[in-house]
Design a protein around this ligand. Structure first.
Ligand code: GLC
Ligand code: CA
Length: 553
């Protein structure tokens, strides 16, 4: 697996809690994943990112790790995990573990030790500050709302938590912390995994002055002092040298609020840091003034500009992007960018075409291949996610009405993509024989089963698209060029290579759109409609129609 070239990877993300339950407790687990490997293999994927399954109190569904070397019993046993790695590798599928190096759970024994006294050797594993009575060490805001500082009366000190208050940040300045984390990574590397997805990896290095931020915009909330921080590249090179390189591991960094320049430094192979990075600027086009918890719209010219700037910037800098439209932290992409009602299937295929047409490594998020929809929860009690629940409380505090706050959650909550996978048409869609941990409020009629039976389904389309991507070198390597940046209705770009040019084009509206193409002899490589109307270089596109055209040189 480790010999696979980056440009040949087709990755799939599993949120294990919601993928497949095997023992009837309503929570997805490792044997459940193993039982679906043939399905994933038939789909054509070769790398499986599984979000954290380590021992955890589950305050952030596994991103709060209490023991780096144990599998949480809710997901199964270490043997189950080893079986998964072994069975997957027989099918040519590598397992990518999700590693959280920025923080632990407050239940982790390191933190429990750290709490006992200022002189305990583990105290310095975390980040502590004092402040005069009634004051906080600084004004940084937690990503989950509120201050990043939590007071511990016994020590008369505050600890830093960029995320939930049960998720204290590790002190990467301490070499012992680094050494222990590298050991934990080696523990998994030795089990034959293919690589790591590295959680919020560009937040590891904090500016040691811990200065106040300006709050000039919602983005000036402290992140200026820990995003791509002073020692981050040194730390990543150490991770690479100590773990990634010796075990030939693929790595993808979650790069929160980063820049193109830094992304190139992280992912240019010559730098020996990471293989590729997830970046999020295209996920923020619908954040009004940078604010997540507010209703927003995706303006197409802005979206195109963001995508194009990153495509061109990373190509020039020799960097590598991991491509995605959604993940376990994002709402589903359908309603967000296109349509999840009348044109649900066309929209799903159009988004797939746009993603697989880009330069980078495509990732599919579970359920995307059957065009799953958002949760559409109508009551706060339905929500499970800590971030969403905090946001709801803060919105109400700010004087927003319950109805408006629910509408914002409906659009932005991470629970939208965390509903159980829809396998068939039995109760709970074949996910579990028990009530699922996160219960849908609507029942859909489509599933993997119905999609498998229908040649025109989203699922069968993904299979075709994956085959195309694996065999077409222009899709893998061609140079990116955006067309008509100001066009509000159509997203079109080129991939240019020596022998062929590809045109990737999608109608973002429910109306027919006609566009003239540059002269040439085109043929359709893939399309989400069966009959494309295309005469004299005039392309007539149906609602949400998308296609890839090839023009040989
Ligand atoms: C990443 C994860 C997210 C988690 C956060 C804190 O953003 O993807 O789910 O809440 O890190 O670990
Ligand atoms: Ca289970």
């Amino acid at each position: 697996m480790s010999t696979i070239k980056l440009q040949d990877i087709i990755a799939y993300q599993i949120y294990p809690r919601s993928f497949q339950d095997s023992n009837g407790d309503g929570i997805g687990d490792i044997p459940g994943i193993t039982s679906r490997l043939d399905y994933l293999h038939d789909l054509g994927i070769n790398l499986l990112w599984v979000t954290p399954m380590y021992l955890s109190p589950g305050r952030d569904n596994g991103y709060d790790i209490s023991d780096y070397r144990k599998i949480d019993p809710v997901f199964g046993t270490m043997k189950d995990f080893e079986t998964l790695v072994e069975q997957a590798s027989k099918l040519g599928i590598g397992i990518m573990m999700d590693m959280v190096l920025n923080h632990t759970s407050s239940q982790h024994q390191w933190f429990q030790q750290a709490l006992t006294s200022r002189t305990n050797p583990y105290h310095n594993y975390y980040i502590w500050k004092t402040a005069p009575k009634g004051k906080l060490p600084n004004n940084w805001q937690s990503k989950f709302g509120g201050s990043v500082w939590e007071y511990v009366p016994k020590l008369d000190e505050y600890y830093l938590h960029l995320y939930g208050q049960e998720m204290p940040d590790l002190n990467w300045e301490n070499p012992k912390v680094r050494a222990d984390l590298f050991d934990a990574m080696r523990f998994w590397a030795k089990k034959g995994i293919a690589g790591f997805r590295l959680d919020v990896i560009n937040n590891l290095s904090k500016d040691q002055r811990f200065p106040n931020d300006t709050f000039k915009s919602p983005k000036d909330d402290g992140r200026n002092y820990y995003t791509d921080g002073p020692r981050i590249h040194e730390f990543l090179r150490a991770i690479n040298h100590e773990v990634l390189e010796p075990y030939h591991l693929i790595s993808v960094g979650e790069l929160s609020s980063t820049t193109i320049a830094n992304t190139n430094l992280y992912t240019n192979p010559a730098r020996k840091e990471l293989s590729m990075g997830f970046t999020f600027h295209h996920m923020k086009v619908d954040y009004p003034n940078g604010k997540k918890w507010a209703l927003g719209v995706n303006d197409l010219p802005t979206l195109k500009k963001v995508i194009s700037t990153w495509q061109i910037g990373t190509s020039k800098g020799g960097g590598k992007l991991a491509l995605f439209w959604t993940n376990h932290d994002q709402p589903r992409a359908l309603a967000r960018f296109l349509n999840d009602e009348e044109y649900r299937v066309q929209s799903a295929k159009a988004l797939a075409i746009l993603e697989f047409g880009l330069h980078g490594v495509p990732f599919i998020y579970q359920g995307e291949e059957i065009a799953m929809k958002d949760a559409y929860f109508t009551s706060i009690n339905r929500y499970n996610d800590a971030e969403s629940r905090n946001a709801y409380a803060i919105l109400l505090d700010d004087g927003i009405s319950q109805a408006d706050a629910l509408e914002i959650l409906r659009q932005k909550s991470r629970d939208n993509s965390r509903l159980p996978m829809q396998w068939d048409d039995t109760p709970s869609h074949g996910f579990s024989s028990h009530t699922p941990w996160l219960r849908p409020e609507h029942v859909d009629t489509f599933s993997v089963k119905s999609d498998l039976e229908n040649p025109e389904s989203t699922l069968n389309f993904y299979r075709k698209l994956i085959r195309l991507r694996k065999t077409n070198n222009t899709l893998k390597m061609g140079q990116f060029e955006l067309l008509s940046p100001e066009d509000k209705d159509v997203f079109a770009y080129l991939r240019l290579a020596e022998t062929e040019d590809l045109l990737v084009i999608a109608n973002f509206t429910a109306q027919v759109q006609k566009r003239h193409l540059k002269n040439g002899d085109y043929h359709t490589l893939i399309s989400n409609y069966t009959n494309t109307s295309f005469t004299d270089n005039l392309l007539t596109m149906q609602p949400y129609e998308a296609l890839i055209l090839s023009r040989l040189k």
